[in-house]
Design a binder for this molecule. Sequence first.
Ligand code: PMP
Length: 369
Amino acid sequence: MSDFLALAQTGVQQLSPYVPGKPVDELARELKLDPASIIKLASNENPLGPGAKALAAIREALDELTRYPDGNGFDLKAALANRYGVQANQITLGNGSNDILELVTRAYLAPGLNAVFSEHAFAVYPIVTQAVGAGARVVPAKDYGHDLPAMLAAIDDKTRIVFVANPNNPTGTWFGPQALADFLDAVPEHVLVVLDEAYIEYAQGGDLPDGLEFLAEHSNLLVSRTFSKAYGLAALRVGYAISSPVIADVLNRVRQPFNVNSLALAAAGAALGDSEYLAQSRELNAAGMQQLEEGFRALGLSWVPSRGNFIAVDVGTAGLPVYNALLAEGVIVRPVTNYGMPNHLRVTIGLAEENSRFLQALGKVLARG
Ligand code: PMP
């Protein structure tokens, strides 16, 4: 019998699959709990539920389910182009922004080439890099955040992609406009900078740069965004990249022809125009962040300051047992041991009552020691 593990590409053989947040139904089955009694603050989902406009657009699109979606996503690209002042031919739509991250590696990496990214960076970067047999140059973080000068120094003549997340997941750390400008000015022109702005709608303003403002000056920049977070459409899987038209053309060659389904296209277009929902999402997030920080302070815990819709808290002991004890309380958060943060747990900002239930459960679990 052939060994189909040994036959897989070397990089794939050594891959560990992405570990998602535990689904509510899974925990309910395992612990025989009522799913309604469980709260999930584990996948950086929007606690508001989907917006009314997105839902209405989905209902309208249902009648066309026998048809293939518009493989070019004309309407959504037009809406994005209009919203962000770019050309439609600069946009690549993805099945979630994870799809974008994979497309760039398939287009630009291969064995013998490498990608640069930070320690504690989003777990999909190493996976997509390794899946195509390319090397990973992982740069030690600084205060949990990206050390951009060190990342710059890690680039060599075999580097084709550098992944930077702003803010980063799971740390929530960010860098400012000047740091980004200096970085982009110094990155060699043959290296594609993938600026992952999955959480930018939460983070924008103040000292957070808008990656799109740097596109005109830097033809090696690709900005990746998503409808999964502040726009509340994680289940539909829709994200996008904005880059130069040349890069968009290259990605289009490796993209599956119908990678974004018609319900996702319709909902994303509607969500983009729902400024009320977005404002509400941001407001809820800011209030929830404050609530959690106050709760952590009261428990004597420290945390990594975050500009996302989640926060990594140092529970002062190994995170995994605390995570498991929280599960028993019907509270799902995310252990981040696999991100090299064994004493932290990452908690998504939820509704006020979910946040307080989590804080209460955390206090109870930690008090038990
Ligand atoms: N980038 C970052 C930094 C993320 O945290 C996530 C979601 N966990 C993604 C990209 C991908 O999200 P999606 O595929 O849902 O757009």
